[in-house]
Design a protein around this ligand. Structure first.
Ligand code: PEP
Ligand code: MG
Length: 926
């Protein structure tokens, strides 16, 4: 699939442009700086910083950046440029010419430039680059004379033709060729044929004559396929390239990437025009990519790869196996290759020095691109490097220890989704040790993945839609596969290095990924792959170990995220930073323990009814059903008494694990008919036990049916109509507590009343709780049990009468699942059907059941907090709806002044981090 420019109807919009549209850098000076990313894009801003900042003044080839404003203007004005752009570009080109002593388009002493994209946030490989712009039949002879290297010049020329035809003449023109028939692919095949014809393996072995001949053939093919001549004019080339970069902002893959990463369409890209330096001038030239620390492990070791006699595109495209820059960068494929340190020790030392200066200056791990032209080092790019979750945590902790950053910065250095990666499953080492890998490659994205083989990105998306788990297996790393990569459990490629696009993107997402597995041979036509001597078909199961780089046949057992010392250390820092409490929603002692291990400070929601769903629930459920279908109070009390020991045991086990931390136990909430069995056998057993006929039982079950159960006989309403249900639960809570106190174990139960909408409801329940308390104290002989009574806030009316509720209630807990349901009037069980489309059509910015709707439901929360605390200053307020573990919602809760959030055990670390980040952000705003 080729990039297609989105058919945007450009409506003429008035865009007010500032005077300055182009920013110069070079010669130790720069008009921009790192802080100007919005205007200059990440690449442009950092080029300016490297070139012009007094601490750095690195060897950056001179050039200029056309601002993102121009991109916005271009798309709003039918793909036209602002009038003053041309003269500004000319003026800046002149400055470059003065600094380099060369002239653009000059037959004797020609300047060549690169034209590159660069948005505010890095979008690796999603937009376009054109190198060697300015080579024409007019400038080629002079350039050959100048460099005394015809082979190099013809190699540069054939590259320009290939890139230009692909990017400018095909993609930017919106042409969408058949699969494998894109112009780039066609020219690549011609290059391969040439190599075959000459009996050579690498393009570096082709002679000047070969490349010259090839270039001529390329031009003919381009005319045939695209119906246009490749432009033999330097000006045309430059403006064609600039336009194509702007156009690539709305290319299919850039649009898809933005959607996934949540990058706004309005940002636009900048265009960087920069003096070409050449890594393809011979074996004293090279091009490479490096990270100031290892982006996969986080270790403080310089890590990078380079290719001799090559241009930048070769490294990212993974065409040849790159050499390591030093021993620390060696891997399975490159362990026998020479390092930069060995081949060019002076250049390596210079690069290492730059690495240290850059880290000191930016105080972060950077991803850098460099070129060596005839033994001279140039810096082409630097940006804060993408890293996986494990590396992010390690680097944050290390940099804190190195005193490079402060605690607050360390907390901001790890995103909630990166932390999530540390909680992800890995392969069971025991099971793995019994299997032999069928292939191995570079460990580009850690963790494990099990799935069925698919061979195209489209198939990955389709299969996942059908509910399949897939591993996307591709020949090479191609950013056009972005959606398929996202959908797959894991990614496996036959070619490419650790810095290839697929590796970068997968690492950024924390997705399991192996690249450069050279034993993988793909037969796309027959949908088969061979790994070593084993053959696999599409749909076969394989397993990846992205931490080691191993591929296995079939499925290997996965293990959940285990104890992680780094995670603990990092969470400690977050804990010492945050103000907002973090609790967990847990209904079993096991979950409670897991959450405590992660750092939960209590249980924010123990749903009492969950003991009737899970493991070993058959017996208590049977008793509960008896209670539900009871007709008289006597019948009901009898069943409740049978139920009592089960309830008490569950509550006691959980209170025991929490050792005096608050445990919010919610009284039974769901509509009772949910528990009535549908299965005839079960109904009969129930009738038998109750001593009534099957018909009678059916009648009773039928009478419980409701047409709108979520708004029906549930929550506190049950406790009011059947006070004995409230009573028995309370008794279970207090007796369990008393027994634990006698054992010397601390307890702090908080009894929570659900679905309240009127203060009289809680006023009805309180005396029941109090009288049971007195009875239990008397019966058990314990002196006292510390406890609290509070209510859920999940009905909009409850928010408005928060002041009245706060008169009697000691705590509030927002049930934002129901509050969202009732606030929007969207059924929480049925809204999946339309909410997805609502988000796609931008009716809503996000699904409000996942992240709090801050504008609407958020206001209910704010009103409640204000009214509640007016009456009871120290009213404890938390949230226990699903949104309680979602980062943006956690930040909102912090701002709204809540005491804690409560979420499922596995989200506790995320909530801890988000709470710490909310605190740091709020502080920095002050
Ligand atoms: C809620 O409504 O947000 C809540 C936590 O309760 P439940 O999901 O059990 O209705
Ligand atoms: Mg609820």
């Amino acid at each position: 699939m080729k990039t297609q420019i989105r058919n945007k109807k450009s409506q003429k919009k008035e865009i007010k442009l500032p005077k300055k549209l182009v920013y110069f850098f070079g010669g130790g000076k720069a008009e921009g700086n790192e802080a100007m990313k919005n205007l200059l894009g990440g690449k442009g801003a950092n080029l300016a910083e490297m070139a012009g900042h007094s601490d750095l003044r690195l060897p950056v080839p001179p050039g200029f950046t056309i601002t993102t404003d121009v991109c916005t203007y271009y798309w709003a004005n039918n793909r036209k440029y602002p009038a003053q752009l041309k003269s500004e570009v000319e003026k800046n080109l002149k400055r470059v010419e003065e600094l380099t002593g060369r002239k653009f388009g000059d037959p004797k002493n020609p300047l060549l430039v690169s034209v590159r994209s660069g948005a505010r946030k890095s979008m690796p490989g999603m937009m376009e680059t054109i190198l060697n712009v300015g080579l024409t039949t007019k400038t080629i002879p002079g350039f050959i004379e100048l460099t005394n290297n015809p082979r190099f010049v013809w190699d540069s020329y054939r590259r320009l033709i290939m890139m230009y035809a692909d990017v400018v003449m095909e993609k930017a023109a919106g042409i969408e060729p058949e699969d494998n028939m894109g112009i780039r692919k066609q020219l690549d095949r011609m290059l391969d044929e040439k190599k075959k014809e000459k009996g050579v393996k690498n393009d570096t072995e082709l002679s000047a004559e070969d490349l010259k001949e090839l270039s001529e053939k390329f031009k003919v093919r381009i005319k045939e396929v695209l119906g246009k001549e490749f432009p033999d004019d330097h000006e045309k080339q430059l403006w064609g390239a600039i336009g194509a970069v702007f156009a690539s902002w709305n290319g299919k893959r850039a649009v898809a990437y933005r959607k996934i990463e949540g990058i706004p369409d309005e940002w636009g890209t900048a265009v960087n025009v920069q003096t070409m330096v050449f890594g393809n001038m011979g074996d004293d030239s090279a091009t490479g990519v490096a990270f100031t620390r290892n982006p996969a492990t986080g270790e403080n070791k310089f890590y990078g790869e380079f290719l001799l006699n090559a241009q930048g595109e070769d490294v990212v495209a993974g065409i040849r196996t790159p050499n390591p820059i030093n021993d620390d960068s060696k891997n399975e494929h490159s362990k026998n290759l020479k390092t930069l340190k060995e081949l060019m020790p002076d250049v390596y030392n210079q690069l290492d020095d730059i690495r240290n200066r850059l880290e000191k200056h930016y105080r972060d791990m950077l991803d850098i691109e460099f070129t060596i032209e005839k033994g001279k080092l140039y810096m082409l790019q630097c940006r804060v490097g993408k890293r996986n979750g494990f590396a992010a945590v390690k680097m944050a902790l290390d940099m804190l220890k190195e005193k490079m950053i402060k605690k607050e910065e360390a907390v901001l250095r790890v995103s909630p989704s990166q932390l999530d990666e540390l909680l992800h499953p890995i392969l069971d080492p025991k099971d793995e040790s019994t299997k032999k890998p069928v292939a191995s490659g570079l460990p580009a994205g850690p963790g494990g993945a099990v799935g069925r083989i698919v061979l195209t990105a489209n198939d990955a998306v389709e299969w996942v839609k059908r509910g399949e788990k897939v591993i996307l297996v591709r020949e090479e790393t191609n950013p056009e596969d972005i959606e398929g990569m996202r959908a797959a459990e894991g990614i496996l490629t036959a070619r490419g290095g650790m810095t290839s696009h697929a590796a970068l993107v997968a690492r950024g997402w924390g997705k399991c990924c192996i690249v450069g597995a050279s034993q993988v041979h793909i037969d796309l036509k027959n949908k088969k792959i061979k790994m070593g001597d084993k053959e696999f078909s599409e749909g076969d199961w394989i397993t990846l170990n992205g931490t080691k780089g191993n591929v296995y046949e079939g499925k290997i057992k996965m293990l959940g995220a285990g104890e992680n010392i780094l995670l603990k250390e990092f969470l400690k820092i977050c804990n010492s930073t945050r103000k907002l409490g973090v609790r967990t929603n847990a209904d079993t002692p096991e979950d409670a323990q897991k959450a405590r291990d992660f750092g939960a400070e209590g249980i924010g929601l123990f749903r009492i009814e969950h003991m009737f769903y899970g493991k070993n629930s058959d017996e208590p459920l049977f008793k509960l059903r008896k209670m539900i279908v009871s007709k008289t109070k006597e019948e009901r009390v009898k069943s409740l008494n049978e139920l009592f020991p089960y309830m008490k045991k569950d509550i006691k086990d959980t209170l025991r694990v929490m050792k005096g931390l608050p445990v919010t136990i919610r009284l039974i909430d769901p509509p009772l008919h949910e528990f009535v069995p549908h299965n005839e056998e079960k109904l009969k057993a129930l009738a038998n036990d109750l001593g009534i006929s099957f018909e009678e039982l059916n009648k009773r079950a039928e009478s419980l049916r409701e047409s709108n159960p979520m708004m029906g006989h549930r929550g506190v309403r049950l406790g009011i109509t059947y006070p004995e249900i409230t009573e028995i639960q309370t008794r279970a809570i207090f007796e369990a507590s008393a027994e634990l106190i006698k054992e010397g174990i601390k307890v702090y139960p908080e009894i929570m009343i659900p679905v309240v909408s009127h203060e009289k409801e809680v006023e009805f329940i309180i005396p029941i709780i109090k009288s049971v308390y007195d009875e239990v104290i008397k019966k058990t002989g314990v002196k006292k049990i510390d406890y609290a009574i509070g209510t859920m806030i999940e009905v909009p009316r409850a928010c408005l009468i928060a002041d009245k509720l706060a008169q009697t209630m000691e705590f509030f807990s927002f049930g934002t699942n129901d509050l969202t349901q009732m606030g929007f009037g969207y059924s929480r069980d049925d809204s999946g059907v339309f909410l997805k489309e609502y988000v796609e059509k931008k009716i809503l910015p996000a699904d409000p059941f996942q992240t709090i709707d801050q504008e609407g439901i958020g206001e209910f929360i704010e009103i409640t907090v204000e009214r509640g605390r007016k009456v009871r200053k120290n009213l404890k307020i938390g949230i226990c709806g699903e949104q309680g573990g979602e980062p943006a919602s956690v930040e909102f809760c912090h701002k709204a002044g809540l005491n804690y959030v409560s979420c499922s055990p596995f989200r506790v670390p995320i909530a801890i981090l988000s709470a710490a980040q909310a605190q740091v952000k709020a502080q920095s705003k002050k």
